[in-house]
Design a protein around this ligand. Structure first.
Ligand SMILES: Cc1cc2nc3c(=O)[nH]c(=O)nc-3n(C[C@H](O)[C@H](O)[C@H](O)COP(=O)(O)OP(=O)(O)OC[C@H]3O[C@@H](n4cnc5c(N)ncnc54)[C@H](O)[C@@H]3O)c2cc1C
Length: 376
């Protein structure tokens, strides 16, 4: 009998495995149907920020940022507080971002408007000729998804967590309102607690187990250029389109922009994305049309109706926990999600009231949470 079985080996599942192991939570097994990180995690941009507009996002992300720092100290995970820079080219966006900044500041996230000289210092290869204002977030940063998964996996395994990679869970066994374990082929793997951290696919897995999640996988596209020397330190955002670009630890530029996609659509590459991402970023990165694009891929955002995650216990099914629906922010949130879930499993309640408000029950009870600062 396992104490905890985790379904899904993305950043969330692996972070939770490591956290449980550190806290001595007993026998822990993680099952991953493909390879660790092979879902949305290795397709993500690695951006980390607390500059949101909802209390839940800000408070939890601030704590996550502290925990990212601890992961760097303890495991040597590649993580940097290199900032976020919101580039504004239309006067009409300035007031909106002033309001966002007031919200951030009221929660101790010290975003501030910066001048052209500052932008040139932190982002020497960004052209500022169309800039009317820029908001800088010094607390934000980036981490390497590969490094974060791999180092936490090694640490968790050395602390005794078992990893079953290449094993797909068919369903969670629920009997008399209680999760008893997970079903893999003909086998029942018994567990005291089951955590579903299966990313976009959580919706299908839980449906087979009798639980409906208000969750839609929505394809998002990203492209990667060749390697350069230092171009810009912060993750940069084109406020007009919501496009983002970040320089990876190796020097590649990873860029995304929203193109029209239907929920549940198959993730397929589209030429229009490449055209749009290059033309959008050419406004700020004037050298981009001459750069080589090395890779282009599509992954899922696991989107909920209020763009906040679904965390914690499932009403009506004892011992079953969920951690998904991050709506594009699951990488940055993983360390705090691991901390909150480990506490929930151990003591029956999370550490923070903000996490407590993110349970599945909020949809039934009509307690949706508003977030304005979602980027493509
Ligand atoms: C282009 C793009 C850019 C992004 N940029 C950012 C960013 O900058 N910052 C940020 O915070 N987030 C970002 N995200 C979102 C982020 O990638 C996700 O929110 C995060 O990776 C979710 O992690 P996860 O562990 O919940 O899910 P996943 O990484 O999807 O992991 C779930 C795992 O579960 C496995 N699985 C599924 N079903 C089963 C089953 N039945 N049995 C066993 N295993 C199963 C899958 O194979 C998968 O490996 C981005 C996403 C995309 C697509």
């Amino acid at each position: 009998m396992y104490d905890v079985v985790i379904v899904g080996g993305g950043i969330v599942g692996v972070s939770l495995a490591y956290r449980l192991a550190e806290e001595g939570a007993g026998r822990v097994l993680l099952l991953e149907k493909g390879y660790l990180g092979g879902g949305s995690t290795f397709r993500c941009a690695g951006g980390i920020r607390a500059s949101f507009t909802s209390r839940e996002h800000i408070v939890l992300m601030k704590r996550s940022i502290e925990l990212w720092g601890e992961l760097r100290e303890k495991l040597g995970v590649k993580y940097e507080r290199s900032g976020y820079l919101w580039l504004i080219s239309r006067e009409r966006d300035v007031e909106r971002f002033k309001e966002y900044s007031r919200v951030h500041n009221s929660f101790g996230v010290e975003t501030r408007f910066v001048d052209e000289d500052f932008v040139k210092r932190v982002a020497p290869y960004v052209d500022t000729s169309s800039m009317v204002a820029a908001l800088y977030d010094p607390l934000a940063g980036k981490a390497s998804p590969f490094d974060a998964v791999y180092k936490q996996f090694l640490a968790a395994r050395s602390l005794g967590v078992e990893f079953a990679v290449g094993r797909e869970v068919d369903s969670v066994r629920v009997e008399r309102g209680e999760a008893r374990g997970v079903v893999v082929g003909n086998e029942l793997i018994p567990a005291r607690s089951v955590v579903v951290a299966a990313g976009a696919e959580s919706v299908f897995l839980l449906r087979r187990s009798g639980v409906e999640l208000p969750l839609a996988p929505v394809p998002h596209h990203a492209a990667l250029t060749e390697e350069f020397g230092r171009l810009f330190d912060p993750l940069i955002i084109d406020v007009e389109t919501g496009a983002y670009a970040v320089q990876t630890f190796h020097g590649h530029v990873l860029m995304g922009v929203e193109v029209e996609e239907e929920p549940f659509a198959r993730p397929v590459v589209k030429l229009e994305f490449l055209e749009k991402v290059v033309s959008t970023w050419s406004k700020w990165l004037t050298w981009l049309p001459g750069a080589n694009i090395l890779r282009y891929w599509v992954g899922y955002y696991e989107v909920t109706p209020d763009h906040h995650p679904i965390l914690g216990p499932v009403d009506g099914v004892e011992n079953l926990y969920v951690a998904t629906g991050f709506s594009g922010h699951g990488f940055m949130m993983a360390p705090v999600v691991a901390e909150e879930l480990a506490e929930w499993i151990k003591s029956g309640k999370p550490k923070s009231e903000e996490a407590a408000r993110l349970t599945l029950a909020r949809f039934k009870e009509g307690r949706l949470i508003k977030e304005l600062a979602v980027i493509g």
